[in-house]
Each structure stands twice: as structure tokens, then as C-alpha cells.
Design a protein around this ligand. Structure first.
Ligand SMILES: Cc1ncc(COP(=O)(O)O)c(C=O)c1O
Length: 394
């Protein structure tokens, strides 16, 4: 196909050639990996284990009321970037709520977790710095690092001995070291040994950044994540949290140990400076969701037990499902075609699962991804899944 297709309507701009892009797209199509938007009604009336609304807060009455009240007071849009007039009372209150939740550090609100990670990793590490990231780190971190002048290294997934080897070699060399990990990995649902990471930080003195996107609400007495649960929150130099998952809203925050980092990002991160700020309703909804989340400390251990039980049941059905207690449960399959076929089989039976394939995950590790929901009976659903997938080759 020659030329640029405009707006999907098939028009082309003569003289404009985008051959490399066309070829990349063609390769993706022929590998059966082209992405498409789903039907907007997908998931309606189904058991939805594909979205990340783990605690069901996106539709909680109090969260919706908070959003509606903010719309009545502030309208639907901030209509400005935060440094102009986009920073409104709901943003201020949400920042205060977050500081109260963590009891330490300083915060910045962002339009999404993606831009927060991208901004942090493109802006903070400097030319002589080295950044070490788990191989399965989220795309947003990589997007930031590709724009950074710092050296970027990836260590094998969860392999902290390898990380330590790299850190040892860096001792005495010029520049700062950064280490970044997720506390619950978004596609694997597994967790690094955060206590060991905190010990490594004490020994090697790197700046430690932890993405808690999938741990919020699920771990910790107050629900602020796995660092809280492990009692090592104070050891992290920056924590990323997102509002678009367990907190039922949209947007993200960075909790930063150093005020200097906040001032730097506010002055040099284009994602913050030059973008219309998070809608006031999203900020108000997130604050209401945090209030609700804080009160669920009795339930959290039960949800984690439910995750273990869900995994056990699927394994009894003969499936390759790793141990763990997080809200992200992968059912490992390998081939793209198998993942597509089994996702379709579940969908036909009324269960919506994430179908994850390369390049989101490495070749040969296609999988179904279940995002658990605290308002569903997980044991019954695991039985239903086993039944629907019964007869398929594990
Ligand atoms: C680990 C992790 N970090 C960051 C993000 C980005 O967050 P957001 O959806 O708010 O852009 C995601 C979302 O998929 C994620 O899984």
C-alpha cells in the first residue's frame, strides 16, 4: 500500500511516502498481532475480569457523587495547564489527601501514570547516570528512558542477584544510579522482593523508584500499597500511583522524597507544563476513592486469600497459573493462537479476560490475564472458567 491513509477513510496524500511504517504495520498484520479497538459494548452483562477496577470503585455511589459535585462547581475541564489556572481546589485537596495517606514526602498529580513515568524518567536521570530496570518494566518507563541521556540497563525479571552484580560494578564510578521496579507487575501479577531491594538501596545508595499501580488498595493496612505492607515506604525515593485502576478514577501521582525533584519536574517536565490538567471531577473522584479504600483494612487480607484460592482452582483445572496473592492473575499459554481461541471461548460463555500477546509480553508467553474483582465470588468464577475451558489442551 502506498501513501498515507487519512482518518481511516482511505484517502491518500500524494507524494507522501511512509514505507517503513507501512512495512512494520504489514509485518504486524501478517503475524496476526494487529491491534483494534473493541466494540464499546464489550463487557456489558459479562463477568468482566479484563479491566483493572479491582475494588469496584469506578461505579461506587460516593465516588460518582464526588465527581458530579466537582463538575457542578468547576465544570468538565480545567481548560488550562496546572501552572496557568488548571490547578483547582479538588487537585489541592487530593494532594492533601495523598500526603495524609502516606504521611511523608511531597506529591505531584499527573494526567496519567503513563505520562508521570515518562516525565520522571526522561527528566531526572542525567548524562552520566545509570538506570537499572526490571526487564518487565512498564512501557511508560522505557518511553521516558529512551529520551534520557542516562545509560539504561535491564536486569532479568525479579533477578535481584543480577541487579546487585551490576550495582557492584558501578561502585566508585561517576554519576548516580537509579533502580526502578513495579511492586506488582502488570502482566505477571508477581512481586519483587521489596525488602531485599530496600537492603540493596541501603548498601549501594541508588535512587529507588517503585511503580505501585497494581498494588494500591490491595496491600497495606491503609491500602497505600506493597511498600506500606512491607514497612519500607520510607526507603523509596519516588512512588508512582495511578487513579485509573483500584481507585476508580483517572490520572496519577508521584510521591517524591525530595522537594527538589518536585521543583525540577515542575520546571522541566513538558508533560506537566504544557498539557491541560486532569479534570477536577477525576481529582475529586480519586480523593473519595482513597477515603473508601482506607477503611477496607479488614477486607484486604480476605481479598488476597481469594486471589490464592482463585489461582489454586485454576491450577486444579490443569492450567499454568503462578502462585501469588495479587489482583493480577495470568494464565500462561504460550502461543498467540491458543490465547486468542481460549479468550474467545470464555467470552462466548460470558467471562471477559484480558488476552495478552507480543509485543506487550515476550514471544512465546501469550496469556490470559484476569484482573480480580472484590465484589465477585472468585471461587465460583474459577469453576466457571475451568468449565468453559474444559477440554482445551493446558
Ligand atoms: C505498572 C503500570 N504503570 C503505569 C501505568 C500507566 O498508568 P495510566 O493507565 O494511568 O496511564 C500502567 C497502566 O497500564 C501500569 O500497568
Amino acid at each position: 500500500m502506498d501513501g498515507l491513509v487519512v482518518g481511516g477513510k482511505g484517502g491518500s496524500v500524494s507524494g507522501f511516502s511512509n514505507k517503513r511504517n507501512d512495512q512494520r504495520l504489514e509485518e504486524r498484520v501478517s503475524a496476526g498481532l494487529e491491534r483494534h479497538l473493541p466494540d464499546p459494548k464489550l463487557g456489558e452483562g459479562m463477568v468482566n475480569l479484563a479491566n483493572n477496577d479491582y475494588l469496584g470503585l469506578a461505579n461506587h455511589l460516593k465516588v460518582k457523587e464526588a465527581a458530579k459535585a466537582a463538575i457542578d462547581l468547576y465544570g468538565c475541564s480545567t481548560a488550562a495547564s496546572p501552572l496557568i489556572t488548571g490547578f483547582k481546589q479538588p487537585h489541592f485537596e487530593l494532594q492533601e489527601r495523598l500526603l495524609d495517606w502516606y504521611g511523608t514526602g511531597c506529591v505531584m498529580l499527573w494526567n496519567s501514570g503513563y505520562v508521570a513515568n515518562q516525565a520522571l524518567f526522561s527528566a531526572l536521570p542525567e548524562q552520566d547516570d545509570h538506570v537499572f530496570a526490571d526487564r518487565h518494566i512498564h512501557h511508560s518507563v522505557i518511553a521516558g528512558l529512551l529520551r534520557s541521556k542516562a545509560k539504561f540497563h535491564r536486569f532479568p525479571h525479579l533477578d535481584l542477584d543480577r541487579l546487585e552484580e551490576c550495582l557492584r560494578k558501578r561502585q566508585g564510578a561517576a554519576g548516580n544510579d537509579f533502580v526502578v521496579t513495579e511492586s506488582v507487575f502488570s502482566m505477571d501479577g508477581d512481586c519483587p522482593d521489596l525488602t531485599q531491594l530496600a537492603e540493596l538501596r541501603a548498601r549501594y545508595g541508588f535512587a529507588w523508584i517503585v511503580d505501585e499501580a497494581h498494588a494500591l488498595g490491595w496491600y497495606g493496612e491503609r491500602g497505600s500499597g506493597l511498600l506500606e505492607q512491607r514497612g519500607i515506604l520510607e526507603q523509596a525515593d519516588a512512588v508512582l500511583g495511578t487513579f485509573g485502576k483500584a481507585l476508580g478514577s483517572q490520572g496519577a501521582y508521584l510521591l517524591l522524597r525530595r522537594e527538589a525533584w518536585r521543583r525540577y519536574l515542575m520546571n522541566f517536565a513538558g508533560e506537566f507544563i504544557y498539557s491541560t490538567y486532569l479534570a477536577p471531577s477525576a481529582a475529586a473522584a480519586a480523593a473519595a476513592a482513597i477515603d473508601l479504600t482506607c477503611r477496607l483494612s479488614q477486607e484486604r487480607p480476605l481479598w488476597r486469600e481469594g486471589s490464592k484460592q482463585f489461582r489454586r482452582k485454576l491450577r486444579q483445572g490443569g492450567w499454568d497459573v503462578p502462585n501469588g496473592d495479587s489482583p493480577v492473575v495470568p494464565l500462561m499459554l504460550g502461543e498467540v493462537e491458543t490465547a486468542m481461541e481460549l479468550a474467545e471461548r470464555l467470552r462466548a460463555g460470558g467471562v471477559l479476560a484480558g488476552m495478552v500477546r507480543p509485543p506487550t509480553v515476550p514471544q512465546g508467553t501469550s496469556r490470559l490475564r484476569f484482573s480480580l474483582k472484590t465484589n465477585l465470588s472468585l471461587e465460583t468464577i474459577a469453576d466457571q472458567i475451568n468449565q468453559l475451558l474444559g477440554g482445551a489442551e493446558p
